[in-house]
Every structure is written in C-alpha cells, then in structure tokens.
Design a protein around this ligand. Structure first.
Ligand code: CU
Length: 151
C-alpha cells in the first residue's frame, strides 16, 4: 500500500463528516433562523377587512382641514391591516412614507395616485407607528398605528 492510499481513507471520511455537519447546520440551525425573521402569520397576510382612507376633494387647499380622511387611524393585524387610499380629488396626490421600514419602500416619492379614483394599497404586517404625507402638498399628513391583535 502506498503512502497516499493510507491517508485517502481517513480524508474521505473527514470530508463526508464535514459535509454532513454542514448540511445539519444549514437545515436545523441556519434555515430556521432565516425563516423565523420573515415568518408572518397567515391571518396578517389575509385580513378580513380593508381600511379605506379617502383623499378628499379640495385637499390641495392648504386651509381645508380634511385631506386624508380619516388622517389618524389604528388598525389591527389580522383584522383590518390592509389599507387602501383612494384619491377622490381632482388632482394627483401621493402617499409618501415618513418612517416605517417596508412601508417606506412601497410608499416612496414616486407613488403618485391618480385623481378621480386612483388607489394605493399597502398591507401592514408589523406593529408600529407609520406616518406619511403628500409630497407636493406637505401639509397633508396622516398616520397609521398598527397594533397586535388582542390575545
Ligand atoms: Cu397632495
């Protein structure tokens, strides 16, 4: 037996063990950790109700009190956490996020809502306070408070 073939066996076994250990770590440590981060309860993804916020006619008038109606709301995850803004005004408005992770990405500056019935919908899946405004008319401001369902 040559010197090479004497160590080939143990090296092969070590490689197999390393591969198995890697697989076990990936399957039972790494993946559960990754999945834990993005796991969203099914009912949060399919709330029974949609919350409607109207963008009122005449919102372009800075002295008009009503623009986002209602302008401060609380929604509950799994119940009414899908929010749709409907622009019933005759000019374009935006829902531009001020703070709030995913909402920030979805409701960016380019999010223009067409007049006369244009809509923007966002599904909130994380509890928190989300504030937004209309980019061309920054006096138009609103807030959505997202709360966990009661136990
Ligand atoms: Cu506006």
């Amino acid at each position: 037996m040559s010197q090479t073939s004497k160590i080939a066996g143990p090296i092969f076994v070590i490689c197999i063990l390393a591969a198995v250990a890697g697989f076990v770590w990936f399957q039972f440590v790494y993946m559960p950790e990754i999945n834990k981060e993005i796991e969203i309860p099914e009912e949060f993804l399919n709330p029974s109700e949609t919350t409607i916020i109207d963008i009122a006619l005449g919102s372009i008038d800075q002295d008009q009190v009503d623009n986002f109606v209602p302008n401060a709301i609380s929604v509950t995850l799994g119940e009414n956490n899908r929010v749709t803004w409907i622009n019933i005004d005759s000019v374009i408005h935006t829902v531009t996020a001020e703070v709030g992770k995913e909402f920030e990405k979805a409701a960016g500056n380019a999010n223009y809502i067409d007049p006369d019935g244009g809509e923007f919908t966002f599904l909130f899946v994380e509890a928190g306070e989300y504030t937004y405004f209309c980019a061309p008319h920054p006096w138009m401001r609103g807030a959505v408070t997202v709360v966990e369902p009661a136990e």
